[in-house]
Design a protein around this ligand. Structure first.
Ligand code: WTA
Length: 631
């Protein structure tokens, strides 16, 4: 497959071509994939209706591109290398041949239990090879996977299963994370009490912790694969058939199911993988994300496999058994490309250089960063201590909704600048607009980041609620896709993402809606009202700060604080637990009843000096109390 740009001049040339003739450009890229039937029309779009179709009428199956196509040329090459949470446990290598066989086998298990094209299947698993196999097996038979990150609560799983009406759940008994053992099946069992659509639960063994197995509903993965053949022809899919749903947080309401489709997503995830990381044959690509997030979907599973790469999958955490684990993994598997999040870099930086100093990192060629803005200090530490000044850093900006990387250096080709995502990839047309949607032209400017032309990986809909997709992404500014991010463009035309401009916060690279956390807090007994904002956090990027009004008679506030954390953990999951809870007797509201979050944000940031105009507040005295009690 010849997808790679090899010089900056070529980038400029290709970029210009991709803007002058986007359809021609993407049609040429798409020729590099295996299609059962060619598309009739490259693109159909109308942003006012959130309508985008790529490769209209084309027929394919993404697993033929990710697996079958490679069998003749690299069947014995490792497709997935798996590294356990426990450094003493042997790692597992699955060649393309083996992975193909296992995917086909499990696809047959899904079929045996009634799965068919178009069904939604929920996957709630640890980072073990079976997770990647389950994802690909769904794609093989045309079932739509909805992977739910293992850190979400039973309630969150139930909400997602019900929203998509899933009929099958694939899970494991439990998972290992550092020195913890976490029950997954038990959480699924709690969720399923509320989920009448689910007929079958397939459970793979990881921790072999005792679990309840319900006759007629629950079966063991290991037993089932023994009963089926490993021959499973891929289902023929339309380019615009749904491939997966992935739930993500927005500024309002419950998480929404972002939908990606087969053809465009395949082309986009693969094209961006090949170019941004400049992957070379036989290299080992190590993306540290969990497959429960978009980064894992695109850059552990689909992008690397469609490109015939070797993808390393790590079950554990960066600090177990000690803060040198990533570096041990890199040394052990001779990793060429490391793709991780600023939060991990900052955390490991905090443990000091001694965990890095004696490790052999000489195999590394390229470093990547994703999920949140990377501060200069972390960038420099990454560059000096991990890359030893020799590895280009690609700071990749993108979103669940974009399917793949949008603005990023191309490794070794684009000149980097600490904390800058630099330039748009070919085919991506970013623009900055002011609050009225007027384009801000020229350089040395900042504004709200929008994209003005579709790319193949763009969100197609929010599952079951297309209107919400229109409202969220295509209504704020006419004829533009609005990202929700603020951004500056410097004197060189380089882009730097400055963070969300809506009520979404980014905690350790995880997207969390403030409204969701508020709803969870408000469910707690005795809570009258709450308001949640983000504040700068040294390691996590942003922390969660909650202002809570309680009924008077609550008593011990320290205990109440812990109780509230328990409620949030139960409703959403531990990732949404507030870092700080300040009890207040009122919230700063305008006369029309709107909470002035600007004030709450400033107090949370520790900036109590200049709160701006507070004259429109109903009761300005609450501000003094809030300032006085700031944590
Ligand atoms: C933020 C993760 C700065 C941004 C792939 C975006 C970033 C949100 C970067 C999407 C980056 C992601 N620099 N900010 N390199 N990458 N973000 O959907 O605010 O989990 O809107 O996708 O993360 O988060 P999501």
């Amino acid at each position: 497959m010849n997808l790679q740009i090899s010089s900056f001049d070529e980038y400029e040339e290709v970029y210009n071509q991709s803007v002058t003739d986007p359809e021609g450009f993407w049609a040429e890229v798409a020729q590099n994939f295996q299609w059962r039937k060619p598309w009739k029309k490259t693109l159909e779009w109308d942003f006012s209706k959130a309508h985008t179709k790529w490769f209209v009428g084309g027929k394919m199956n993404i697993t033929e591109n990710a697996l079958d196509r490679h069998l003749a040329t690299r069947g014995d090459q490792p497709a997935i290398i798996w590294e356990s949470n426990d450094p003493e446990e042997e790692s597992i290598t699955l060649t393309y041949k083996m992975l193909h066989q296992k995917v086909c086998q499990f696809a047959n298990v899904l079929k045996k239990h009634g799965a068919k094209k178009g069904d939604r299947i929920c996957i709630y698993m640890p980072m073990i090879p079976e997770l990647a196999i389950a994802v690909l097996a769904c794609a093989r038979i045309g079932a739509i996977h909805s992977v739910v990150f293992g850190g979400f609560s039973a309630q969150s799983i139930a909400d997602r299963i019900n929203d998509a009406q899933c009929n099958i759940v694939v899970t494991s008994d439990g998972s290992f994370r550092g020195n913890k053992e976490i029950g997954l099946k038990a959480t699924v069992d709690d969720a399923l009490v509320q989920c009448p659509s689910v007929q079958k639960v397939i459970v793979s063994t990881r921790t072999r912790t005792p679990v309840s197995m319900l006759k007629g509903r629950d079966v063991w993965w290991e037993n089932e694969v023994k009963t089926v053949s490993s021959d499973c022809p891929a289902e023929e899919m339309d380019a615009e058939d749904m491939l997966f749903i992935l739930y993500t947080s927005g500024s309002t309401g419950k998480p929404k199911g972002v939908v990606h489709t087969c053809g465009g997503y395949m082309v986009y995830a693969t094209y961006t993988f090949a170019n941004v990381f400049q992957y070379q044959p036989n290299q080992v690509h190590f993306c540290t994300a969990d497959i429960g997030w978009i980064t894992g979907h695109s850059y552990i599973v689909y992008g690397p496999l469609c490109y015939g790469a070797t993808s390393l999958m790590f079950e554990g955490v960066p600090t177990y058994p000690d803060a040198g684990r990533f570096w041990d993994v890199i040394d052990k598997h001779k990793v060429d490309i490391l793709y991780t999040a600023p939060t991990a870099i900052r955390s490991l930086m905090g443990f000091g250089d001694k965990f890095v100093e004696n490790k052999d990192l000489s195999s590394l060629k390229t470093l990547g960063s994703v999920g949140e803005p990377i501060n200069e200090e972390a960038w420099n530490w990454y560059n000096d201590n991990i890359g030893k000044g020799k590895c280009p850093i690609v700071d990749t900006w993108w979103q669940t909704e974009t399917g793949g990387i949008m603005i990023s250096p191309i490794a070794g080709i684009t000149k980097t600048k600490p904390a800058y995502a630099t330039l748009p990839l070919p085919g991506i047309q970013p623009i900055l607009v002011d609050e009225n949607g007027v384009e801000i032209e020229g350089n040395s400017v900042s504004g709200n980041l929008c994209i003005k032309f579709p790319w193949p990986g763009i969100i197609r809909t929010t599952y079951g609620d297309h209107e919400r997709c229109i409202q969220t992404y295509f209504s704020t500014y006419k004829n533009l896709y609005f990202t929700g991010d603020g951004c500056l463009r410097d004197e060189d035309g380089y882009y730097r993402i400055t963070g969300r401009v809506d009520d979404v916060i980014n905690v350790s690279g995880h997207r969390i809606g403030t409204a969701e956390v508020e709803n969870a807090i408000n469910m707690h007994l005795g809570v009258v009202e709450s308001a949640v904002v983000g504040y700068p956090h040294d390691i996590k990027g942003q922390g969660i700060y909650a202002y809570v009004i309680c009924e008077k008679h609550l008593g011990d506030l320290d205990l109440t604080r812990k109780d509230i954390l328990a409620t949030v953990t139960r409703v959403i999951g531990p990732i949404a637990k507030p870092d700080k809870i300040q009890f207040v007797s009122g919230l700063p509201k305008t006369r029309s009843g709107k909470i002035m979050r600007r004030i709450l944000r400033k107090v949370a940031e520790g900036e109590t000096g200049n709160l701006g105009d507070t004259s429109t507040l109903l009761d300005p005295s609450v501000v003094d109390e809030i300032k006085a009690g700031a944590l």
